[in-house]
Design a protein around this ligand. Sequence first.
Ligand SMILES: [Zn+2]
Length: 154
Amino acid sequence: MVDELLIDTGADRDLLLRYLAGRDVPCPRCDYNLRDLVGDRCPECGDQLVIRVNMVEPRIAALIAGLVGLSAGVGLNGLLLIYAAFVMRGRGGMEMKFLTCNAVGFIVEGIALFAWLKTWRLIRRLSPPVRRRWAIGCWLLTAANLTYFTLTIQ
Ligand SMILES: [Zn+2]
């Protein structure tokens, strides 16, 4: 149903070309300047372009909050893995526990971060309360990661 709404009509194409006539507008994908475009595809990346109405405020606060939450966890585990590789060499069991704990956290939060970015557009279409709950979920995952690390490494 959404795809049907995105199908461009000849009138929309005409509006697009008139909008771009004499106006510097970067391609949303590759930043190529679309000024005086003659077709409905970007000459640089080949993506089809449509003209549409957007909100002034893109409502991405919850998306960014979730992104920061997951990035904090991935960053913490990543830095601690680097620390372990250079500083903790030769400490036996403690090193293994430290490495395992951080590797698990890094992989779990890394997968969550990848999924967050891959589903960005879907999450953006959710209602604001649902988006907020997902963002809180991202921070709860990082809090669980930190708790797991704290309890494992004592
Ligand atoms: Zn392009």
